[in-house]
Design a protein around this ligand. Structure first.
Ligand code: NOJ
Length: 566
């Protein structure tokens, strides 16, 4: 990749803000838009280039905003339309861009289109959704929804079922209908014309369904079939995205990242190959699936490093070969905290492992996403009681495990402790005071119990904190073009303890190493003609290095820049 071909979003780092949990300016216990505005200086200090906001639109909040009832209005619990405009302006003034979540696989059942659609088969909006005729009790197929139960909801008055891949309050839109697509493009233009800088597109790989609606296989011990074969990467998804690009995206200088569940790297490049004019990058789930167990996501299985290296390498290579671009992420609002999942959790090496994970991710080729609190090395919340959790996926899993599968409460709670989406949704701990400086009222979701230790104030007061380490990682991406352009090459792929790779430039090479264990490890380096210069490390690694073997302490990490090829 040549340096002058680089697009702005390729040398950027994105920070994901979960608005309800970031900062509460009006002290109602819920984070809000003015609250984000108050913390822009913090984000500027960290050095990020782009903020991604989870949905901020009107919504009954059945799924925390992923059920939208008005696409053009800010949810009053988060602020006003004017407050969003102010945020956008202030961010732009600081040189920070803002991208929004585009949730158009489904709407809320409270959205006027659906409210009309459900009234009569003659409604103009009826065909905006996916309906199947049927007798009550005879489901159109065996699909199970992501949140449990069937994907079909029967409407007595119409004698029809409508499809919802998620909650029944999230009916799927019928993308086959050109009017739907046109209306979606109008919504996109509304926000782009306001000056936003792009979109993260929710479950965009699911918008085109197999018209046969085939039964899906029974997986993960579920009683209902998986909808993925019939709904993920469906027959027209690329046609739709190319149309969206033509009609909307190509007219703006913006970035797009599509969330693409159940998409292999082979399919992933079809979305992100620049010459196909669809999306800039996708969020794949391959590394998120490595610790799935017998019952799917909620399990107490730990990932294996060799597998992690394999899947990340596969995506690095696929995007490089196919003119695409990777998104790089360890976590988001749906996932566990990376330190708990891939590092030492709240053990002796919490901060060391947080820095190591940051290094391994940020030195890869792609656009890194930092989820709020990751820059503090936050851990999972581990609430004692199921009553402290708020997320519908967590509740549904709890009941499925205990009532349907007869699994023990101990295993169920352990799986929830490791995987609940609420682990990522605890309020941002700004300091050690009551409610952590997040709000003066009781937050909508409980604080992580360890917020007195892990908080922004402590991080900013400690020059060795994870925060300052992330600040440095982000700056390296801005300062060293090779971090954006270098070709990735995995080293020692079968080593179960360490992750080492190169980034190869025209005349220079980065060597990146991380120890994923609590033991000392020695890693091997290829031969270089000169000494490597240390550019970042979480231990007292030699400033200059050239040799065959390098020692890493527990969760140690180091990056050397060689001004030569291997
Ligand atoms: C993916 C989002 O990230 C998740 O939070 C949401 O529940 C589903 N899509 C449904 O919109």
């Amino acid at each position: 990749m040549m340096t002058n071909d680089i697009k702005w979003w390729q040398k950027s780092v994105v920070y994901q803000v979960y608005p309800k949990s970031f900062n509460d300016s009006n002290n109602d216990g819920i984070g809000d838009i003015p609250g984000i505005n108050q913390k822009l200086d913090y984000l500027k200090k960290l050095g990020v280039d782009i903020i991604w906001l989870n949905p901020i639109y009107m919504s009954p909040q059945i799924d925390n905003g992923y059920d939208i009832s008005n696409y053009r209005k800010i949810n009053p619990i988060l602020g006003t339309d004017e407050e969003f405009d102010t945020l956008l302006k202030s961010a732009h003034k600081l040189g920070i861009k803002i991208i929004l979540d585009l949730v158009v696989n489904h709407t809320s059942s409270e959205y006027p289109w659906f409210k009309d659609a459900i009234k009569s088969k003659d409604s103009k909006y009826h065909d905006y959704y996916i309906w199947k005729n049927g007798k009550k009790g005879e489901l159109p197929n065996n699909w199970g929804s992501s949140f449990g139960g069937t994907t079909w909801e029967y409407v007595d008055k119409l004698g029809q079922y409508y499809l919802h891949l998620f909650a029944k309050e999230q009916p799927d839109l019928n993308w086959e209908n050109p009017e739907v697509r046109k209306d979606v493009y109008d919504i996109m233009k509304f926000w782009l014309n306001k000056g936003i800088d792009g979109f993260r597109m929710d479950v965009i790989s699911l918008i085109s369904k197999d018209p046969k609606y085939p039964d899906g296989p029974l997986v993960q011990n579920r009683k209902l079939g998986s909808y993925y074969a019939g709904a993920a990467n469906g027959p027209k998804v690329h046609e739709y995205l190319q149309e969206m690009n033509r009609e909307v995206l190509s007219k703006y200088n913006v970035m797009t990242v599509g969330e693409t569940p159940h998409t292999s790297s082979k399919e992933g490049v079809l979305y992100a190959d620049a010459s196909r004019n669809e999306l800039n990058m996708v969020f794949h789930f391959d590394h998120m699936h490595l610790d799935y167990g017998k019952y799917g996501k909620y399990s107490d299985k730990r990932f294996k490093l060799v597998d992690l290296k394999r899947v990340l390498t596969e995506w690095q290579n696929a995007m490089y070969e196919h003119n695409g671009w990777n998104s790089l992420y360890w976590s988001n609002h749906d996932q566990a905290r990376p330190v708990t999942r891939f590092g030492d959790d709240d053990g002796e090496y919490r901060t060391q492992s947080a820095k190591m994970l940051g290094t391994i991710l940020h030195m890869q080729q792609g656009t890194p996403f930092v989820f709020e609190g990751e820059e503090l090395g936050m851990t999972n919340a581990k609430y004692n009681s199921i009553d402290d959790y708020t997320d519908l996926e967590t509740f549904n899993t709890y009941h499925r495990f205990i009532d349907q599968y007869n699994l023990s409460k101990k295993f169920t709670m352990r799986s929830i402790y490791l995987k609940s989406r609420d682990n990522a949704r605890t309020p941002m701990p700004w300091d050690g005071s009551e409610n952590a400086g997040f709000s003066e009222s009781k937050p909508w979701i409980k604080m992580n119990p360890n917020y007195k230790e892990i908080n922004v104030k402590n991080a900013l007061d400690d020059k060795d904190s994870v925060f300052y380490y992330y600040q440095k990682l982000i700056k390296l991406r801005h300062d060293l073009p090779i971090v954006t352009t270098g070709k990735y090459e995995l080293l020692d792929k079968d080593n179960p303890d360490t992750y080492c790779y190169l980034r190869k430039g025209e005349n220079e090479t980065l060597f990146v190493a991380g120890n994923f264990t609590v033991e000392n490890q020695t890693v091997k380096l290829p031969k270089f003609n000169d000494d490597g210069e240390k550019i970042i490390s979480n231990f007292s690694a030699p400033n200059k290095f050239n040799g065959d073997n390098l020692d890493l302490p527990p969760y140690g990490t180091v990056v050397y820049l060689f001004s030569s090829k291997t």
